[in-house]
Write a protein that binds this ligand. Structure first.
Ligand SMILES: NC(=O)c1ccc[n+]([C@@H]2O[C@H](COP(=O)([O-])OP(=O)(O)OC[C@H]3O[C@@H](n4cnc5c(N)ncnc54)[C@H](OP(=O)(O)O)[C@@H]3O)[C@@H](O)[C@H]2O)c1
Length: 448
């Protein structure tokens, strides 16, 4: 089943500008915009625009900034000297530097991980009453701390979306779409997320460190409908087909791969959102296959406590970087994901999505989420008018998410919102294939 209809991000920006509720030229700050994923995010926003916008990339290093500005300007086909793109030096761990950078911006997209456990940038955005905040976070303690700020965000008028990358992010929205295809009345039983990234997928070396740290982190899976995390990252191998049809491009490029249990939060947050009755799992695999086996061997030989040492994880990342850089030259940047959902009566739904570049799809997904969020303050501007005339056309334009702190699955609760998000996110440049399909039906259930 393919999502259809919806509108494109550029149209959103245009309607936003025409509404007169935000600055004539919205300012978007991308923290970490000098990095691999942040620069892909900046490029996508600039390419999607159909009206002037100001994209500010934030980072600590001028040297990195110069390279990123050049790459983004070329990829987004900006005129020489365009005022739509600039760099601002900023260290988000320094409160003064951060508050200077976010002052007066309409949206902050935080891509400068790792995210740790405290949402410092979100806190600063709420204090500054920034209208839109989006990040690429994934640690569960961070998500809980961010959700605890929901009332403050609501009071400040900040619309915040966390975990808004490819996985978690797009994967959560796809899972919600898959769940919506269950026959009426059938509850969700099990949900399994599977991911494949060739090497680092074009992302920065910080992701090697984050991967090492993951081995010491409990995997937040559900068992029999209850959250039951266990220290099994890098274990529990299973085979996954990253395609629905044999002629899907991902069948040839990715095919069937082994994935190993991995501590991504959607195994808990989406399972909770869907009130699953059974179990959840999340698995990750990379290429070349050799890396999976080396890491599995290491994780089985070293105690989990070692993987919680920052020094160990940094040293291992530094040691493996030259080797990964060599193998990355041969494996490309391919990304693929698959979500399998089993209904309590046995129905099975599968969703697949694949892209040429992991780095690009993460940046593009964050950009698309942000563009969807930028629309929300416009609807907030309509609230007063709609309250005065609840039966009027304005009420129909109100969108389901008020200010607060949200996850992608919460944003995707509303079927229209979900399908319009998917209509854009599944068709971004570089997408190889996608699909959401009912595989089997519970006896007596008519096919959709
Ligand atoms: N949800 C998903 O799908 C997903 C997938 C993969 C990765 N991620 C997240 O994406 C993040 C970025 O990955 P990447 O590949 O783009 O890494 P990257 O290339 O290393 O980029 C990170 C950028 O952040 C900047 N930065 C780091 N610390 C900063 C600070 N204190 N203040 C301001 N800027 C800072 C760095 O520039 P300077 O060093 O010059 O400051 C760099 O440009 C990762 O940390 C990970 O958490 C999410």
């Amino acid at each position: 089943v393919m999502p259809s209809g919806g509108w494109w991000a550029g149209t959103l920006l245009l309607s936003l500008l025409c509404s007169g509720t935000v600055a004539a030229r919205p300012k978007v700050l991308i923290l970490g915009g000098t990095g691999r994923i942040g620069s892909a995010c900046a490029t996508h926003i600039l390419r999607a625009r159909c009206a002037p916008i100001e994209v500010i990339i934030g980072g600590r290093s001028h040297r990195r900034a110069q390279a990123a500005l050049q790459e983004i300007a070329a990829d987004a086909r900006l005129d020489k000297g365009s005022s739509e793109l600039r760099f601002e030096q900023c260290d988000w761990t320094d409160p003064d530097s951060l508050s200077r950078a976010i002052a007066g911006v309409d949206a902050v997209i935080h891509t400068a991980g790792p995210f740790g456990e405290q949402p410092m940038v979100l806190r600063a955005c709420i204090d500054a009453k920034t209208p839109v905040y989006v990040d690429l976070s994934d640690p569960l303690p961070y998500i809980r701390a961010a959700k605890a700020m929901a009332a403050d965000a609501h009071a400040a008028g900040t619309c915040a979306l966390i975990c808004a990358g490819a996985f978690p992010g797009l994967s959560n929205v796809l899972a919600m779409e898959a769940a919506s295809l269950l026959p009426p009345g059938e509850a969700v039983g099990d949900i399994d997320f599977s991911y494949f990234t060739a090497g680092l997928g074009g992302s920065g070396k910080i992701n090697l460190y984050i991967t090492n740290e993951g081995f010491g982190t409990p995997v937040p899976t559900y068992r029999e409908g209850v959250l039951d995390p266990s220290l099994e990252a890098g274990d529990q191998p299973r085979k996954v087909d990253f395609f629905l049809d044999d002629d899907d491009p991902s069948a040839k490029l990715v095919g069937t791969r082994t994935v190993w249990s991995w501590p991504f939060p959607e195994a808990a947050t989406v399972a909770s959102e869907l009130s699953i009755a059974g179990s959840s799992s999340v698995g990750m695999g990379t290429a070349p296959e050799l890396w999976n086996w080396i890491m599995t061997l290491m994780v089985r030989s070293l105690p989990r406590t070692i993987w919680r040492s920052q020094l160990f994880c940094h040293s291992l990342a530094l040691f493996s970087l030259p080797l990964v850089s060599i193998t990355d030259r041969y494996v490309g940047e391919t990304h693929a994901m698959r979500i399998d959902l089993t209904g309590a009566k046995g129905s099975r739904i599968a969703a697949v999505q694949a892209h040429r570049s992991f780095r690009r799809i993460v940046g593009q997904s964050a950009a698309e989420f942000a563009l969807a969020m930028i629309r929300h303050p416009v609807s907030h501007g309509l609230e007063a008018a709609a309250a005065a005339n609840p039966a009027g056309a304005l009420a129909a334009e109100l969108l389901p998410i008020p200010p607060g702190v949200w996850t992608p699955e919460e944003l995707a609760r509303d079927p229209n919102e979900r399908r319009s998000l998917l209509a854009r996110m599944l068709r971004v440049e570089g997408t190889l294939n996608f699909g959401v399909r009912v595989l089997e039906y519970a006896p007596g259930t008519p096919p959709k």
